[in-house]
Each structure stands twice: as C-alpha cells, then as structure tokens.
Design a protein around this ligand. Structure first.
Ligand code: GLC
Length: 801
C-alpha cells in the first residue's frame, strides 16, 4: 500500500450542542469542545470513537458559555475569549481573540491531513510569528526554523542539537503580531513539530505517528497567562518540601557509608550550607532496586538518622528495571502480582540494564503503580522522603525496545508506541504516590529524568547526563527556562557537568548560575574527579560558599516563588521571552541564555573562556545586585566575567525578601525578614508565602500569605494583611531601601527613623586569587538606608516624602 497525503475535506455533518460542535468531514470525525473561556479542545479522528489520553489533562471541561452563528460557508464558535471559525469546505479552523485579531489558522491547502496512520495539522505561518517552549529541547529561544521529535530517550552526553532528549511536552506558545497563544498536542505517540523548517516558511505543523489529532488551543493575553492556562489543564506543580530548595550534593556514587558521613561532616565543618546528599546506584546490592548493599551500607537506618540529626536529607536513586533473580523479594512479588510489561505472547519483556537481566514494571497500569508504591515502604520505613527516578525513558542497553511490547495504559492495552512517552511520568507518579502514602502528611521530594506533560504534578526534573563545558552550562539554563514555559517550574541540571571534568573556573561559574535555578544540585559521573564545593581549591571553595550562602539568604523569596508556581504555574526561572516577549533583541546571542528568578532578579550567565561578555538588559532600570550600580535597560552591555562576579541585576520596583544565612533549611533563622526594595517610578508587587515547609497543612489553611505592593509614584510600600492560620517565623522586618532619595518615612502613620548600613549580598574573595593583577572587587553596597519594625500580621504601610 502506498500512502499519499490525504487532507480533510468538506464538512458533511455538523451539530452544535452547548459547548460542543461536532460532526463529520467525509470519513473523518471532528469535535470542538469549549473547555474553558480560554481553551478550546480540538479532536479529529479517522475512527468513529475518539481516542483517549488519560494521563496529562486533569481539568474537566468547564462548559463555558458559547455563542454560535452559522451560515453556508462557516460556523462561528465563540467563547468569551476565543473566537473559533470553522470553515466548512474544506474543514479548516482559525482562532481569533475577542478583539478579532487572528491568532492561528489551519494552512488553507492542507489543514488536517493523514499519511497512513500519521496525522498532521498544517498551520499557516505568519511572517513575524515566534515560537516558544517545547520543554526540554536544545536550540535557540525562538523555535522558528527548528523542528523537534517527542520520543523520550536516554541521551547520554547530549548536546545542543541532540533531539529528542529525556522529557516530552508537546506544547508550544506561538506569538503572532505580539499576541500569544498556546497549542498542546495531547497525543502520547511519537510526535513531530516543525516551525517552518525546510519549507521556506510555507507552513508550520505538528504531527503524531498514530492516534487522533487531539489538541488544546489556548488564548492568553501574555505568555505567562498561556502557561497558567496550560497548567490548569495539566495540573498544578506539586509543592515540594522546603529542604529540596536547599543545596544538594550528588555523585555517582558516594559509597561506602563512611564516604557519605565524610561528605556530610565536611559541609558542616566548612560551613557550606547544604540540605541533601544523594545515594546513586552503588548503595544497592548488585544494583537491585529496594535493597541496600550490606557491606557498603551495613546500617542504612543509622546513616539516615545521623544525617538527619545534622540537618541533611538523603535521597536515593531508583531505576525501573527489576533484576530477574528468583529469591529477590521485589522480583518474586512482581511476578506474583503480574506487574511487568510483556510481549504479545504473554512472556515478560527482558532487557539488560544496571542490575543485568531485568523486567520492567508497567507503570501505565494502576496495578503496577500500586505494587511499586507498596514496595517503596522499604525506604520510607528507614526514614527516607526523597526519591530520584532515573533510566525511566525507559532506558536499557542497546536502547531499542521493540514496539510490539504491550502496556496497560489505564486499561487501553496499547503498544510501546503509545506508552513510551508516558512511562517515566507514570513511574515517578507511582513513586510519588507511594512515598505520599507512607510518610504521613509530609510532602515527598521526587526527581525524574523522563517525563511528559503533567509531570509537574509529581516531580522535579533534571536534565540528565550533560557534559562539563561552557556550552553545556548555557544549554542547561535554556533547557530549564524552556521547561518552565512547558509547565515544569522545578528543574535543574547537573552543576559542574556529569560527563568529563570541569575546570575550577567553570565549576565556580556554573555553581553561581545554579544558585538562581529552582533545583540546585551538583552531580558527576563515576571515576571522575571529586566535585564537592571544596574540591576545586580554596578560591573556588570560597566562591561556592558565597553563592550557596546567597541561595539560603534568598530562601523567603524562593519559597514564595515556588508557591506562586504551585498556584498558577508561573515559571520560577523565566526566559526573557516570558515577560519581554515582544522585545526582539532577546532572541539573539547571549540574551537567549538570560533569565529572571521571579520577576526581579535578572541573571546573565556568561562563559568562563571570555574575559568580557556581551549581555542584554531588557527595558527598565536595573541595579547591579552586588553593587547597586544602576544601568538602563533596552541596551546591550559588555561586562567583565570574573570568576566570582556573576552579572545579576535587580529591577526597579523589585521587592525581594531575604533572611540571614543558615546551614540548612531546618536551622532556624534569626527572626528578621530583610526586605530589599529597589526604587523606581513604577508600581510592583510580590507575593509572600510561608508555611511549615514540610506538610500539606497549608492546604487546610495553615499558611501565611500576604502581598507586598510598591508604588514609586504614590510613595508607598504596603504589606497587606496576612492571610491564613500559620504564624510567621519572622518577628522583625528590616526594609532595605535601594536607590531611595526620600528622607522622611513613616510606618503606619508614625514617623520612622531611617538608619544606614553597609551591606554585602555576597562576599568578595579574600585570600585566594590566582590572578593577583586582577582588580579585586569589593561587593560592598555603601550606606543602604533601612527601616526596622515589628513584622506584624496586620497591614504595614510605609510612606515617604
Ligand atoms: C544515569 C543518570 C545519572 C546517574 C547514573 C548512574 O546516567 O542519568 O545521573 O548517575 O545513571 O545511576
């Protein structure tokens, strides 16, 4: 049989009922569902019954009001925010916002087409259209002119051009004449996205190897809103425990146990803050999941207890392959419960991976997930609350799982072709659910290498096996920024590089950049040099300590950003495309690597092989974070790239809550919330959030929340009344006034006395300097004015003149 492209043609049946328009176009069925006022779901199928994809979308259709009008040529299907035009002959869709601006339209010639089983939607490409997102994908910030595959892969030592990588999120944001929209293709087969590659801009398209065309069209007034709407569909990011925002140290592998004790002691002796130490595969007996090697780790409980008493959490790795060894409890129980994926003839699939011959749990079945969740008790009984899921693309030696292998897929009984992309996602779901079940009301921490849209409900993602190199450091930043635009706010990369070895300069720079990443972990490969913050000499050690200290100082800000991400999907690290979408400078050069932490801190990662680097500062006035030097935005600057001085800027209007340094997140701070406010003739606001940091009590109202509003025209800074039943851990408020000229201040109507202080957000390096000729910088911000007051729960209104 030779397949040729077959495009859908005229509508032959059409009916509209409430929020659904459905019908037939010849042999094809279609259905439009107004899902929310800002989301329309589109389904087109070859078959009578539409295919279901049960894993990503958690939002039920909201049945928004729809207005329809129909004539000979088309049907208008309008929600409050999206006007969809359904052209009848041939069937073509176009989407407008409620002001009548065209956002997205089917390609007039090809629309929805089939090539055998493969379904494709060709879209008209506007001359100025920008494409963002796609999650964990290399390449530039604007995806225009690029194409991508979604097929989760073990991409050891990947580079900027490697595609696919480990995680698939078939969701992009298009921007047409400055107006954004989003498209999420919810089809878990291998899919392909082409943003005008190799067709001289005739069209863009997305396709799936099989199954239905099933996508959600999202309207948002700005990129952030599109991400929020996408997050409503695919679920809120799990609010991880606070300890997972701390510094994390990993290597492949720390063993035997005295190595682990030693690393933990060294952090504390050297006063380098840290919260987590990882156990990679060598902790297990012959790499078998749910075991400890009795010789290397004779008393895991004692190890975990000791580290807990030092303020550390231990996180263990878990791979999906289960060694096929009779007598190995997990394997025997798995066979008994019949949880492994199989060939069509009923024999379990077997391949080789770390533990040798292995079977693979079917995480796409409830039975498989429940079984795994129960097995997890082995760890939780020892006091573990953190789990790292690896090799879950799934990976095995040879990396070519036959497509005939069968998976349950929540009762659908499908092949590897449909199940592969959700395998890792469902593995970490099972891990998360198991941990949650066994650790009471506590929030588990889970980290996964593979995932699919919706994975944020269960886990943080790290970007797999990167390489020690400047280009990798920048690539990692772009991947994390892009994951943020795909609804995965908590992500990070192996600081220092997994494969190969960092130079001291690179390690120092990478660690500085990662200080501002949501997930902050050093990790390195087996048989490479040590990679702890002290392993690169005393100068790097001091730089590392300074930045890790800063990470802990930023904890109130970071934690508030995590909560905002949990509430509405707002990325924690934002590429400049999120807030400065229509500034075309951001799509070139180093600006593509730049990001903000929250709204206020601009981080410009620069390589270590140049002495000077070009950076771009977007609109507004910005204060160099470590010196308060003010620079005007909308311009490029050339900055020096010394090892200790990462270019970081705070925006005018910035409201950044900080605290004193602690050695881990369990250690109690000094009770003073240090609110840094950066003057500008602007209005701004920042959310502030606290809770116990470890349980779900916040879901029952046991949280502390207030908004902080700055108005540079009306001369006010207002901390709204607090909301929630939690008592803040802070007693005093110290407001640092950066760039304020005013001299008269009052707090809640009472004149306040202004004081001055010299402060440092990071320390300069002191004794060690391999380049003595270099001007040493002193990051002393002289004479910063500040006010102090009690951190009361009711409104705190600060005025000045
Ligand atoms: C994989 C992981 C890596 C881990 C190694 C050994 O390569 O990506 O992080 O250290 O396996 O478990």
């Amino acid at each position: 049989m030779n397949f040729k492209n077959e495009s859908i043609s005229a509508i032959t049946e059409l009916s509209v009922k409430e929020n659904i328009a459905s019908g037939k176009a010849g042999k094809y069925s279609f259905k439009l569902t107004a899902y929310t006022p800002k989301i329309i779901r589109v389904q087109v199928s070859k078959y009578e019954v539409f295919e279901e994809y049960p894993f990503s979308v958690v939002l039920e259709p909201q049945q928004p009001a729809v207005k329809t009008t129909e004539n000979e040529s088309h049907l208008d299907f309008n929600t409050e925010h999206i006007h969809a035009k359904v052209q009848k002959n041939p069937f073509r869709l176009s989407f407008y916002n409620n002001s009548g601006d065209l956002l997205n339209a089917d390609d007039p010639s090809f629309g929805v087409s089939w090539l055998g089983e493969e379904v494709t939607n060709y879209k008209a490409l506007a001359s100025d259209e920008i494409f963002l997102g796609m999650g964990e994908k290399g390449g530039g910030l604007n995806r225009r002119g690029s194409s991508f595959d979604n097929w989760n892969s073990d991409a050891f030592g990947f580079n900027n051009d490697t595609d696919p990588l480990y995680v698939s999120t078939p969701f992009f944001i298009g921007v047409r004449e400055g107006k954004p929209y989003g498209i999420f293709l919810d089809n878990t087969h291998k899919s392909h996205f082409n943003f005008g590659t190799s067709n001289n801009d005739r069209f863009s398209y997305f396709s799936a190897e099989s199954g239905d065309l099933n996508y959600y069209f999202i309207q948002g007034d700005h990129v952030n809103e599109v991400i929020t709407e996408y997050t409503k569909l695919t679920g809120a990011m799990h609010m991880p425990p606070k300890w997972s925002l701390g510094f994390q140290q990993c290597r492949y592998s720390y063993y035997p146990d005295h190595e682990v004790y030693n690393v933990a002691d060294t952090f504390r002796e050297k006063q380098i803050p840290a919260d987590v130490i990882y156990l990679d595969i060598h902790y297990m007996k012959d790499y078998m999941a749910f075991t400890f090697d009795n010789e290397r780790f004779p008393n895991p409980k004692a190890l975990i207890d000791k580290l807990t008493s030092q303020g550390f959490k231990v996180v263990v790795i878990l791979d999906p392959g289960i060694a096929t060894k009779k007598g190995y409890g997990t394997y025997d129980r798995g066979v008994e419960k019949d949880v492994f994926i199989k060939y069509p003839d009923g024999t379990p699939f077997e391949a080789s991976v770390w533990p040798g011959n292995s079977h693979f749990t079917d995480f796409t079945s409830k039975k498989g997930r429940d079984w795994w969740a129960d097995e997890l008790k082995f760890y939780t009984d020892l006091g573990l609350e953190g789990f790292w899921n690896d090799m879950n693309e799934p990976a095995c030696w040879g990396q070519d799982i036959p497509n005939m292998i069968e998976f349950d897929y929540d009762g659908q009984e499908v092949s590897h072709k449909k199940a592969r992309n959700v395998y890792g996602f469902q593995m970490v779901r099972a891990t998360f659910e198991g941990a949650k079940k066994h650790i009471g009301n506590k929030r588990p921490f889970t980290l996964t290498r593979s995932g699919f849209s919706g994975v944020q409900r269960y886990s943080a993602v790290w970007t797999g096996d990167n390489v020690a190199g400047d280009d990798h450091m920048l690539l990692g930043v772009r991947l994390v920024n892009s994951l943020g635009m795909a609804g995965v706010p908590v992500a990070g990369y192996d600081v220092g590089g997994f494969v190969d070895e960092s130079s001291p300069q690179l390690f120092a720079r990478w660690l500085a950049v990662a200080t501002f990443a949501p997930f902050f972990r050093v990790h390195s490969m087996v048989n490479v040099r040590d990679s702890e913050p002290w392993a690169y000499g005393e100068e790097v050690e001091e730089i590392a300590r300074n930045y890790i200290n800063l990470r802990y100082k930023m904890m109130p800000y970071l934690y508030s950003l995590f909560f905002k991400a949990h509430q509405n999907g707002t990325p924690i690290n934002k590429s400049l495309a999120v807030d400065y979408t229509n500034d075309h400078e951001i799509y070139h050069g180093n600006a593509q690597n730049e990001f903000t932490l929250g709204d206020w801190l601009l981080v410009c990662p620069t390589t270590t092989t140049q002495e000077y680097a070009k950076i771009y500062i977007p609109e507004g006035n910005w204060y160099r974070f470590f010196t308060d030097e003010v620079v005007a935005g909308g311009q490029h600057y050339v900055v020096e790239t010394s090892m200790e001085d990462l270019p970081v800027y705070a925006k005018e209007g910035a409201i950044i809550p900080l605290q004193n340094v602690v050695q881990n997140t369990k250690e109690v701070h000094d009770g003073e919330l240090k609110l840094h406010v950066y003057f500008g003739h602007v209005k701004s606001s920042q959310n502030y959030f606290e809770d116990d940091g470890e349980t779900y009590a916040f879901e029952d109202g046991n949280y502390y929340k207030r908004d902080i509003n700055f108005d540079g025209e009306q001369n006010s800074l207002v901390l709204d009344d607090k909301e929630g039943a939690f008592t803040s851990t802070f007693k005093n408020l110290k407001v640092y006034l950066h760039g304020f000229e005013a001299t008269e201040f009052e707090i809640n109507g009472v004149a306040a006395s202004l004081q001055q202080e010299d402060i440092r957000l990071i320390d300069p390096i002191t004794e060690f300097d391999p380049l003595p000729q270099r001007d040493k910088k002193d990051y002393l911000i002289r004479g910063v004015k500040f006010l102090t007051t009690e951190f009361i729960d009711s409104e705190i209104r600060i005025k000045w003149s």
